[in-house]
Structures are given as C-alpha cells and as structure tokens.
Ligand binder design. Structure first.
Ligand code: ZN
Length: 77
C-alpha cells in the first residue's frame, strides 16, 4: 500500500511536469511567431498600388517597390 502511494505521487508529478513543459514550449513558440509577424514592415506603393512587406528592422529611409521600383515609406497605423 505504501509503495503504491509513492507510485501515485511520482506518476502524478511526472504527468504534471510533462504537461507544464509542453505548455511552456508552445507558449514560447507562439510568442516567437507572433513577434516575427509583428516585426514585419508594411509598405504601400503610391505609384502602382502594390502592397508589400519586409522583415527588416530599420526601414525609416524607405524601401523600393518590387514591381515598379518607386521608393515608398512605411505605413503607420
Ligand atoms: Zn510600385
């Protein structure tokens, strides 16, 4: 009876550890994906109307449109 109680405690503990480990893993992964999406810079070409985005950190000096080459500035929301 005593060993069964220990087994139950260890079993429950390991299951809890596994679940919390998975939870942390997915939480971290989701946050990373969200950050990557949020860091994208969105541009709208005023000449041809093309909408494009970049994963660049600093784009304050503008970015050329991939369709027509016109230099556009970042959209701000
Ligand atoms: Zn363009």
């Amino acid at each position: 009876m005593h060993s069964f109680t220990w087994f139950l405690i260890l079993y429950t503990g390991s299951v809890l550890l596994a679940v919390s480990g998975l939870w942390f893993f997915y939480e971290k992964r989701d946050r990373k994906q969200f950050d990557a999406r949020r860091k994208r810079r969105v541009f709208h070409c005023v000449r041809c109307g093309n909408l494009y985005s970049l994963r660049k950190r600093d784009a304050s000096d503008g970015q050329e449109c991939p369709k027509c080459g016109y230099k556009n500035y970042e959209l701000s929301f």
